[in-house]
Design a protein around this ligand. Structure first.
Ligand code: C2E
Ligand code: CA
Ligand code: CA
Ligand code: CA
Length: 280
């Protein structure tokens, strides 16, 4: 299949055929799993540097398969996107994350200023009426818009008028927008002019080597300086060591996420971490 193209037409592509089969099967399983309620959300703390106090949380989906155990999102989100099932599944994620966060707020009162963030795929963002769905999730759960952040990738927004329109409508609701995996997709810098972004999440691949490569450290420094200059929030993703956390703090990073501080955890645990912040 790889040397098709160049003016030739591939009439049969076993790779594509296999993928179509795989998608059809996985799609059917995902539908069943949704009906059975086999999906759960876990939440990874977003922490303040340098002290590691939890100031937010990102919702991450898990599939609790009755035979195969817990299946990570990288193994089913791509197929859910190709089959369109991400639309109902993503709607569930949004509702569940808002409902959970409204529960934390209810337990704690509104004295602590955390936000919950939810990953939104390209397909969801381009669906017409997506902003109305976000408004409905807020309304139904009672979560204030200012507590919600949606995370979108550059690639999801790139070259899509529908996505840009959705984002403008969502921003008008008072929901914050983060550019996820920042630096890995298309058109990083131009996008910042065209969409109402308030936070950059610097991808783990830009954090991994900062402690032993001057070039990598230069890039990570440029990213925080870009964010500061544009008055955007910035989160360093995938922080795995104390040395990285220290260096990021010296570079001017104020927020991070990563196994060094905390792994994704059940809602009740992250609720306690959020409550442990001193009230503002
Ligand atoms: P992401 O949005 O970039 O989320 C961060 C991923 O990095 C999570 O993996 C998290 O567990 C992992 N991670 C966090 N800190 C560290 C670290 O220090 N080291 C390492 N090695 N990994 C770290 P997870 O939960 O497996 O999610 C993978 C991807 O699946 C996410 O990447 C996101 O793109 C997608 N995803 C997860 N949940 C959802 C969802 O509800 N909807 C959509 N559309 N996509 C989702
Ligand atoms: Ca994310
Ligand atoms: Ca990310
Ligand atoms: Ca990622």
């Amino acid at each position: 299949a790889k040397d098709a193209g160049k003016g030739q037409y591939a009439t049969y592509d076993p790779e594509l055929d296999e993928r179509a089969n795989y998608d059809a099967q996985l799609g059917a399983e995902l539908r069943l799993a949704m009906d059975r309620g086999d999906f759960r959300l876990v939440f990874q703390p977003v922490v303040r540097l340098p002290d590691g106090v939890t100031v937010g949380a990102e919702a991450l989906i898990r599939w609790h398969h009755p035979q195969r155990g817990v299946i990570p999102p990288d193994e089913f989100i791509p197929a859910a996107e190709r089959t369109g099932l991400i639309v109902p599944l993503g709607a569930w994620v949004l509702d569940e994350a808002c409902r959970t966060a409204a529960g934390w707020l209810h337990e704690q009162g509104a004295t602590r200023s955390w936000m919950v963030s939810v990953n939104i795929s390209a397909r969801q963002l381009r669906e017409s009426g997506f902003a109305r769905r976000v408004a409905a999730a807020l309304h139904t759960s009672g979560l204030p818009a200012a507590r919600l952040m949606i995370e979108v990738t550059e690639t999801a927004v790139f070259d899509s008028r529908a996505a840009t329109e959705s984002l403008n409508e969502i921003a008008a609701l008072g929901v914050a927008i983060a550019l996820d995996d920042f630096g890995t997709g298309h058109s990083s810098l131009g996008l910042l002019r065209n969409i109402p972004v308030s936070v950059l999440k610097v991808d783990k691949s830009f954090i991994d080597h900062i402690t032993h490569s001057t070039a990598e450290a230069t890039i990570a420094t440029a990213m925080v300086s870009l964010a500061n200059g544009l008055d955007l929030g910035v989160v360093a993703e995938g922080v795995e060591s104390a040395a990285q956390a220290r260096q990021l703090h010296l570079m001017g990073y104020r927020l991070s996420q990563g196994y060094h501080f905390a792994r994704p955890m059940p809602a009740a645990e992250v609720g306690e971490l959020l409550a442990a912040q001193s009230p503002e």
